[in-house]
Design a protein around this ligand. Sequence first.
Ligand SMILES: Nc1ncnc2c1ncn2[C@@H]1O[C@H](COP(=O)(O)OP(=O)(O)OP(=O)(O)O)[C@@H](O)[C@H]1O
Length: 575
Amino acid sequence: MLKLYKFLKPYAAMVIGAFIFVALQSLGDLYLPTLMSDIINKGVMKGDTNKIIQIGGIMLLVAGGGVICSITASYLSAYISSSLGTILRSKIFRRVESYSLNEFDKLGTATLITRTTNDVTQIQTVTVMILRLMISAPIMAVGGVIMAFRKDRPLTLVLAVAVPVLAGVVALLASKMIPLFKLVQVKIDKVNLVLREKLTGIRVIRAFNTVEREKKRFDEANVDLTENYIKVNRIMAFMMPSIMLIMNLTSLAILWFGGIRISEGNMDLGALAAFTQYAMQIMFSMLMLAMMFIMVPRAQAAAVRINEVLDTEPEIVDAEVTNNKFEGRGFVEFRDVTFSYHGAEEPALKNISFSAKPGEVTAIIGSTGAGKSTLVNLIPRFYDVDSGSILIDGVDVREISQEELRRKIGFVPQKAILFSGTIAENIKFGNENATDEEIRHAAEVAQALEFIESMDGGFEHKIAQGGTNVSGGQKQRLSIARALVRKPEIYIFDDSFSALDFKTDAKLRTALKNETKDATVIIVAQRVGTIMDADRIIVLDEGRIAGIGTHKELLKNCDVYREIVSSQLSEEEMV
Ligand SMILES: Nc1ncnc2c1ncn2[C@@H]1O[C@H](COP(=O)(O)OP(=O)(O)OP(=O)(O)O)[C@@H](O)[C@H]1O
């Protein structure tokens, strides 16, 4: 957790300020019982009203000062902890943004969400607690003992018994609570995971009538979390009454033995009243310390999880010296590329070599799982190759800065993703400087203009979160428009025409031809019809290249291609 507190450096003055105000408030609180004792001894017992008013006035001033210190300290600690929360959330977000897909695969989205929200809140809560208690609890405990000792030494024997008993009970209960608290985060992760899957997969869940099964899965995670909380609360429920019992017994013992000492003439009434208050202050501050010791390990667990995110170095980073200034129009070349996913036994791609030239369409076809998406994901460096190299205009992609590399690419992913916002904003996502005219033109080429114009508000029509208010084909066309508006050197269409009907597919490809005539176009497709007239077709089979050539060439000399073609086209359509 200390590591995270390093981020508080800019707030050092505020932290010191908070500590000073808390210390002042604690000193004031320690002084109050003594003043009260003076009121009793010097005012009430002697019937001296002036003294009562005089000391009462001082008491009011001390208490008022304490209130001001307390409010200031509260404000400062809330400000510091909220700022820490903001810093942590933004640091996590930045780090996660720099992750390659490998790190996402490894950590998982659900836990990243819990870590950015719940775990940071834990740290925030405990920080307020630490700022308030780290200074005040020891001052109150130690100061309380000194003051009590000064009021009456023999009576402190009562505390010598009560304090260790209280410490023992709290330590015992804390030892049971800490492991349970540490588990909470992991269980919240599980609830988030199930919930996230449930919400994103709601259509499938309904369609397959698995609502009940999913309910059970969610209930299990939920009940598991609830049981954990109940266990913690059961201990808490036991804790408070036992502590109150010890505190009340201590008061009783103090009054009992104090009474005896007063009747023997060894103590005065004021000292007894002050002693009782000091005893309560000591015990209360110990209780606060105990709470801190219980809460800190929970926040510690959260801190470890946050540090794990912050310390995970992205596997894909820019080279120290990047080469961004090179001539060319986006000539893509794969040289003997082999790639495996983490933990996979077999490489997803083996010895892939081919080139995709500007002004040409290079298509990639193959059965499902052949490695088509993997192949195109390597070009923008979503993953890095294990061996071999990928070059753009003769420069290895690992030597180009990621920003520059991706600026050259218009990527249309297999699963079209839209963001909440207007249609225009979604298209502009590809190029924030795009004019209205360019947005419209991109939509027109992507065969999206017609449906956009028929929508309420046209380009200003709002897309719902996750793009749920547009059809699959419409989503695909909008993500194609998003890539077009970028006017990149390299277009990558990863199975981006699959949701389009044949007529729209054909119209789109004709319009695209004109638009992308100078660019390097790489199209991944399942449908032979989509790629038949490509300049070059690469046939992938189980991660290897089974053939490269034009449609006609491959029909002649590539069995795998012939098989794919004959499964989709009739004899006449083949040629
Ligand atoms: N993130 C990942 N982690 C581990 N293995 C993966 C991952 N993504 C894909 N794979 C595996 O890599 C292989 C190639 O997958 P890829 O998605 O490239 O196939 P594809 O040819 O695009 O298939 P499809 O046409 O069905 O989209 C498959 O065996 C798949 O299981």
